[in-house]
Ligand binder design. Structure first.
Ligand code: 2RA
Length: 338
């Protein structure tokens, strides 16, 4: 059975990555419509050897497709989700707009695929943000095996997580510095080139940032564990692609480093690169253009009897929301599409 698909936000980084996945996989794709809520209408995008014109989402009849993949951000999701659902298609949204909506399942395909069944009544499924999706893929098998009671995490998030303008800002600032010219900050509140910014999103009343609270809320919701203690610090780093995370977890029952390593070696979507004596551990450069979450530095925490540390890295654009939305679509087609 062929499935007709629309991609809203087809010219965004996440939209482009969704198209890469759709063209590279054995996806049962029928007609493909590329939509933009704004500026990119009329652009042509090459897909599987042919050029497709980007259409104005405002004029599009969503009744023409079975599935709409949304990669256009929260505002566009708020504007188009109900319209698309009313037309009878199912929306898979990568934005934060519906992640905390109790009537919308929040799904990581490898972690809680059974929740896709709850796509009604809104005909809508949400995907967590990239860093949370990566963390959940690596931690789910450990949570299942021994229970995780607390997660301390510091994320090191690349500029592509803020979109194409941020990639240009890092490149422009770097070039300006080498030319002894003035730098400008447009996307970020301070200079990102040759710097680290311990702020992603806005500060909230509890002094955490919106990105940090997204990690807490999304993780608890996907694991269906409201009691899970989680303490994140999110940092923007001058790297183009790949989010890294230093994870320090406490488990309900003890799991040694060797058992955790074995478990993760057998986890789909995860690749273990962890031979410290050979200098082998994953970096953002290793993760770029890969689909798996790369895990290294797995070790017992010397400060806590039930603590375990690890370092995870993944391509936030390709292996974040884009891959998760396409994975969700494949499960939806196989199990629920009528
Ligand atoms: C970021 N993961 O990196 C977030 C949202 N894309 O900013």
């Amino acid at each position: 059975k062929k499935v007709d698909v629309a991609v809203l936000g087809a010219t965004s980084l996440a939209g482009e990555a969704m198209l890469e996945h759709l063209s590279e996989r054995d996806f049962p794709l029928g007609k493909l419509y590329l939509l933009s809520p704004s500026l990119s209408v009329g652009d042509e995008i090459s897909f599987a050897g042919r050029d497709i014109v980007v259409q104005d989402a405002q004029q599009f009849d969503f009744a023409q497709v079975n599935i709409a993949l949304f990669a256009a951000g929260a505002e566009a999701a708020a504007h188009y989700a109900a319209k698309a659902a009313a037309a009878g298609c199912v929306v898979i949204d990568s934005s934060p707009q519906f992640r905390m909506d109790a009537a919308v399942p929040l799904v990581v395909a490898e972690v809680n695929p059974e929740c896709i069944a709850d796509y009604l009544p809104r005909r809508l499924i949400a995907s967590p943000n990239a860093a949370t999706t990566h963390l959940l893929k690596a931690l789910k098998p450990i949570h299942d095996a021994v229970g995780i009671s607390r997660i301390n995490v510091i994320s090191f998030q690349s500029v592509s997580g803020s979109g194409k303008e941020a990639i240009n800002e890092l490149a422009d600032q770097t070039r300006a510095i080498f030319n002894l010219a003035q730098t400008e900050n447009t996307v970020y509140p301070k200079r990102i080139a040759f710097n680290l910014l311990p702020q992603i999103g806005a500060f909230t009343a509890n002094a955490y940032t919106t990105e940090e609270m997204k990690m807490v809320n999304d993780t608890r919701r996907v694991l269906a564990d409201e009691a899970l203690a989680m303490n994140p610090t999110t940092v923007r780093v001058p790297v183009f692609y790949g989010h890294a995370q230093a994870l320090h977890i406490e488990t309900r029952n003890r799991i040694g480093a060797a058992a955790a390593r074995d478990l993760l070696k057998n986890t789909p979507g995860v690749t273990v690169i962890d031979e410290p004596e050979d200098g082998s551990y994953p970096t953002p450069l290793d993760a770029a253009a890969q689909d798996d979450v790369l895990v290294g530095r797995i070790r017992a925490d010397i400060s806590h009897p039930d603590g375990l540390d690890m370092w995870i890295v993944a391509d936030n654009v390709r292996a974040g929301a884009a891959l998760n939305c396409v994975n969700i679509a494949e499960i939806f087609i196989e199990k629920y599409l009528k």
